[in-house]
Design a protein around this ligand. Structure first.
Ligand SMILES: [Fe+2]
Length: 194
């Protein structure tokens, strides 16, 4: 019997080996100098969304450009188009730091790179099934195994060096960090342009 998969939602992942120690120092120095304290989220982020264009992130940007070029072709976008970096910020959380479900209207495709994740942070990157009318998720208890058809929520616990890519419209959330140490990540938003 044939099967046609419709309306897939993908997240892509990779692991980068770049100088995370240097990026950590850079981020923590920025935090000393200012930025936005997000009291309700127990977090801190850079004020300037252009921070991602700084020379400090050139290695990261090159790696991401390469991965996004592959994704662009994989999903069927024209070679005449490319993903153009628009905004990016650094986010630092400690114990209790979290982020409620949100998406990124600034982009078409968004990326997360984890500069420093303490071993004990156990902070998850989560996604709920975006198909709100999908009642099959209620059948998950009857599932023999976890498959994309029976799982209504996805979560992964990123580690230092992990890289994620996802459609910017995809609602995602971050569960609270359990560590007193800094968890540092950077978010990048790209638009598809000719
Ligand atoms: Fe986000």
């Amino acid at each position: 019997m044939n099967r046609t998969l419709l309306f897939p939602t993908a997240i892509w992942s990779d692991k980068f080996e770049i100088d995370n120690v240097r990026l950590t120092e850079y981020a923590l120095n920025l935090k000393k100098d200012g930025g936005i304290v997000l009291h309700e989220l127990d977090g801190w982020r850079t004020t300037d969304n252009d921070i991602i264009f700084s020379a400090e992130f050139s290695d990261l940007r090159k790696l991401i450009d390469d991965r996004l070029e592959k994704i662009k072709l994989e999903v069927g976008f024209s070679d005449d188009f490319r993903f153009v970096l628009k905004t990016g910020w650094i986010y630092i959380t400690n114990r209790g730091g979290w982020h409620p479900p949100h998406n990124h209207p600034e982009g078409d495709i968004s990326c997360a790179y984890y500069i420093k994740v303490p071993q004990d942070s156990n902070s998850g990157f989560g996604i709920n099934d975006p198909r709100k009318q999908n009642t099959w998720r209620a059948l998950a208890m009857g599932a023999q195994s976890h498959t994309p058809f029976t799982v209504g929520r996805f979560a992964t616990v990123p580690q230092t060096g992990d890289f994620l890519v996802f459609p910017s419209w995809l609602e995602h959330f971050v569960s609270p960090s359990m560590s007193d140490d800094d968890r540092i990540m950077v978010t990048l938003n790209y638009k598809l342009e000719k």
